[in-house]
Design a protein around this ligand. Structure first.
Ligand code: NAP
Length: 342
């Protein structure tokens, strides 16, 4: 812990204004670097910024994360009229910057967890050191990787029933996948759609018995067994999918208004492999205080949560990670300068 260069001004007073912080040179060693710009990252920025920690947030390639590609968010508390995903992200970013979060539009390529201070390297060639890190890199829905999928995302192809289901009131849908997520979201979609065909590559569901029973009992749901989607077609919006039977090889076309894809999520964990403890699915393991296996490195949002996956829960986790980071840094300062207080 020799050579610690803490830049804390804890213990009262109003946070400095963003303007004053903008012009101040960055410290040689940052207090905290937040990796990721989804709801967890911005929330961590708001709280660490407001605690005068002058956080640095490195956005990653997809500014705003998964919610930024969501048409409408109407279940985030405080916005009864709803708002678009990009609008919500912009508001979070504005709030984080207002409290002094510095934002780097860059992509972290490597971290050194042998700290504090921890090392951070980015795609643009920058190198940083920080006494704490908050990992908020999120997760990405696993894609099918078929023609039409990318072009029609947001035009009938969706990975989020909670976000987009409402737009399919009175329509027919295809859902791909036979796991718990697929069936849970299919059941949710029955509130809106008139008919949902669940396309699964085998003739046995991976999902657990309860969801399976509920889905099988629902008259709006029909299963298409032993089938994969090989392409998604439509001019400006989804019109049909091409199916291939995995047993017979038979190819058929199925008309549909939308395709919801639930073939699993992949945590964006490349940076942390071999460095932080993960579960068998590759999600970072955290405790209730959002601590990872390395003291001083915290994690929030979908990089460590494959259960709730909501903007509101990611925000809460980002806040908790920020508050624990503040506590951690204060303790670090106490150890670096024993007796400096009082
Ligand atoms: P999952 O359990 O991995 O299921 C993914 C489904 O997609 C499987 O049916 C799989 O088929 C299929 N699939 C994968 N790749 C595919 C491809 N390229 N083409 C076509 N189909 C493909 O993922 P999940 O449903 O997101 O669940 C993730 C974890 O969260 C699981 O542990 C699950 O139990 C848990 N979860 C629990 C609940 C709940 O308890 N209420 C709700 C949601 C999630 P195969 O079956 O043939 O492999």
């Amino acid at each position: 812990m020799d050579g610690l260069n803490l830049n804390l001004s804890l213990g009262g007073g109003e946070p400095e204004t963003a303007t004053a912080l903008d012009v101040a040179p960055r410290p040689e060693i940052e207090n905290v670097i937040i990796i990721g710009s989804g709801p967890a990252g911005w929330s961590a920025g708001i709280y660490t910024g407001r605690a005068n920690l002058r956080p640095l947030l490195i956005t990653g390639n997809e500014l705003g994360g998964q919610v930024a590609i969501t048409n409408e968010v109407e279940n985030y508390p405080g916005f009864p009229e709803g708002l678009t995903g990009p609008e919500l992200v912009e508001k979070m970013q504005t709030q984080a910057q207002k409290f002094g979060t510095a934002v780097e539009i860059d992509y972290v390529t490597e971290i050194d967890v042998d700290g504090p201070p921890f090392g951070v390297k980015t795609a643009s060639g920058k190198q940083y050191k920080a006494n704490a890190l908050i990992a908020a890199t999120g997760a990405s829905p696993r894609k099918l990787g078929v023609p039409g999928e990318e072009q029609l995302t947001g035009r009938g192809v969706s990975y989020c029933a909670t976000c987009d289901g409402f737009f399919f009131r009175g329509k027919e849908l295809v859902v791909v996948g036979g796991g718990d997520s697929s069936l849970e979201e299919t059941l949710f979609l029955t509130k809106f759609a008139t008919k949902i065909r669940v396309v699964h590559r085998r003739d046995q569901l991976r999902a657990g018995a309860t969801l399976k029973r509920r889905a099988e009992a629902n008259p709006k749901i029909e299963f298409v067994w032993n089938s994969i989607v090989t392409r998604i077609d439509g001019e400006n919006k989804v019109e049909s999918v091409t199916l291939k039977n995995t047993q017979t090889g038979e190819v058929s076309e199925l008309r549909t208004d939308g395709v919801f894809i639930y073939v699993g999520h992949l945590p964006n964990n490349q940076l942390f492999q071999g460095k932080l403890a993960m579960d068998e699915q590759g999600y970072l393991i955290t405790d209730r205080l959002m601590r990872t296996s390395v003291p001083g490195i915290f994690a929030a949002g979908e990089i460590q949560d494959h259960r709730f996956r909501q903007v509101a829960t990611s925000v809460g986790q980002g806040v908790a990670a920020a508050m624990e980071t503040e506590k951690y840094l204060a303790e670090l300062e106490d150890r670096a300068y024993p007796g400096h207080i009082g």
